[in-house]
Design a protein around this ligand. Sequence first.
Ligand SMILES: [Zn+2]
Length: 225
Amino acid sequence: MSPDHAVGDEVDRIRRTVADLHAELVRNGLVAWTSGNVSARVPGTDLLVIKPSGIAYADLTAETMVVCDLNGTRVGGELSPSSDTASHAYIYRHMPGVGGVVHTHSRYATAWAARGEPIPCVITAMADEFGGEIPVGPFAPIGGEEIGRAVVATLSGHRSPAVLLRSHGVFTVGATPRAAVKAAVMCEDAACTVHLASVMGQLTALPPDQVDALYRRYQNEYGQR
Ligand SMILES: [Zn+2]
């Protein structure tokens, strides 16, 4: 098989994966109308696959996904890519370990973002998944790579795979697109629980050594190995 065919097969596989993962955003109640998007790096290439702009979730198929280079320029697909594509591309260029990126305006997490407040690490599920608080990044205009810049700057040196962008919403990253979707689901779940707790009264942060121990266990020992 020629290298071109091998790349083509890999692109087709990632198109299918990214299309299927968009359904998870809907299933988990993270998106309204056409907001939100998932992208994935095509392993071993300088390409990414991302949702087309402004297309209803029910109409997303592997074929409608858009292939772009890591400058955000479309190289495959018929439709215009998501308006967040330049920011996704920026993240892939600057975070080589990232294989998937997700953006949502999920309700509870975006409520924290609207307040410009990080979500404090007060429950074990947050220590497990995020290794501490979920940080807040600066406000950035939509359409260029400024959002990507804000995401990379906030997540660099942070264990959290999720960042709240001030007055906007959530970006998550993962080694795979599925891991980034999981982080988006867990971020919204944590945002909801910690909000409810904060309404009921004073929040108590987990001690840092407990956070470290929980994070280590979850990342290294939890689940099937
Ligand atoms: Zn947005």
